[in-house]
Write a protein that binds this ligand. Sequence first.
Ligand code: NAD
Ligand code: G6P
Ligand code: MN
Ligand code: MN
Length: 431
Amino acid sequence: GLKIATIGGGSSYTPELVEGFIKRYDELPLKDLYLVDIEEGKEKLEIVGNLAKRMVEKAGVDINIHLTLDRREAIKDADFVTTQFRVGLLDARIRDEKIPLRYDVIGQETTGPGGFAKAQRTIPVILDICKDIEELSPNAWLINFTNPSGIITETVLKHTNVKTIGLCNVPIGMVYGVAEMLDVDVKRVSIDFAGLNHLVWGTHVYLDGEDITEKLIDSFAGGKSMSMKNVPDLPWEAEFIKSLGMYPCPYHRYYYLADKMLEEEKRDAATIGTRGEQVKKLEKELFELYKDPNLNVKPPQLEKRGGAHYSDAACSLINSIYNDKKDIHVVNVKNNGTILDLPNDVVIETNAVIDKNGAHPINIGHVPTKIRGLMQSVKAYEELTIEAGVTGDYYTALQALTIHPLVPSATVAKKILDDIIRENIDYLPQY
Ligand code: NAD
Ligand code: G6P
Ligand code: MN
Ligand code: MN
């Protein structure tokens, strides 16, 4: 039977995933779902795992839920391995958010120095997981959701033999955003995406196959806006959005509206707390709900987290691979000439045809000059971040942070880097 291992099974997103498997059970006959966590996550794993068991029982599907701290047992002979773990837990995220703010730089989980720090902690662990996959389930697909998703996926592609596809819920969130704005069924909307994870542009937006990009841009310019729960939804400036002529992703605000976003972050940090601090509270509430023995479905309160539609993305991707569907998904995949302005061996986020051999990105060619430079700068930062994460080379790390568009100088980069290394040293075996 079909076996799936989920690393970081104690995540509050697990019910989202389980719901996705239940919905698709007829097509995707999952037999064994292994939820894997570590000692520190044991309590969360128990709570969410027991909810998962109640969910499959209530749905009447024959999926066995296994809770384990033994990663190798879970990975052995798995068909798919999904990853949703957080090295250093939320306390590390909160440090990632606060360190850059000390130097007046955006402090964010995935964008800028916060994402760099998260990558440095995560890279040694993902390489370790991949060693287990190479040994115990060499044909398994790794579906990576762990952030920074594009960077982690590129690390796996460059440094292991594991077959992998990276995922983010931002693209599907943007599709839902357009559907909501137009008040139409989401199935009628499609978008051409080009760019990087959390730096993806919707280059063309379609309603029933008709290009409506310009109309959509006009409504943004008229003050409408959409975002993710974790990114403040500051409105786009009318002239800017018209001149861009594309649909920016929520995370683009950290670049295009950097000054206002920094003010917003500082205000939040001083009042309601950083996003990580807010999530800590939200998570407590969620797990209190999950404990209720009468709860046997995914509770709506999970929508307060940024990862909405995660299961749509992950379970339908797995379904398309398993059933050789040849349908289109937006994924993180090796560039391989898709975007001519980037190296072949880097990971991009774009539309791809999915079949049992994986993701086949749809050709893009050159991107418009107005987005090319930002995309290339951030990609160079990502490439150096991966190299630093694998080698622990201080000079490579310093270059990575220095060239990031949100870091103003080498001086500030060095201060941030030294704080990151000092405050994360327990999680940085490579340094
Ligand atoms: P979380 O803090 O709940 O962590 C999930 C679990 O990972 C925890 O139970 C923790 O104990 C466990 N864990 C930590 N280190 C581990 C290790 N070495 N091996 C196995 N398990 C380990 O995190 P979350 O908020 O559920 O997010 C999980 C991950 O998914 C994060 O990396 C987050 O950034 C990412 N995420 C990605 C997207 C996306 O769009 N790609 C969306 C939402 C969340
Ligand atoms: C969005 C992003 C994820 C990110 C999440 C954070 O969905 O795509 O990559 O991890 O939000 O949400 P949170 O609720 O943890 O702040
Ligand atoms: Mn994401
Ligand atoms: Mn056009």
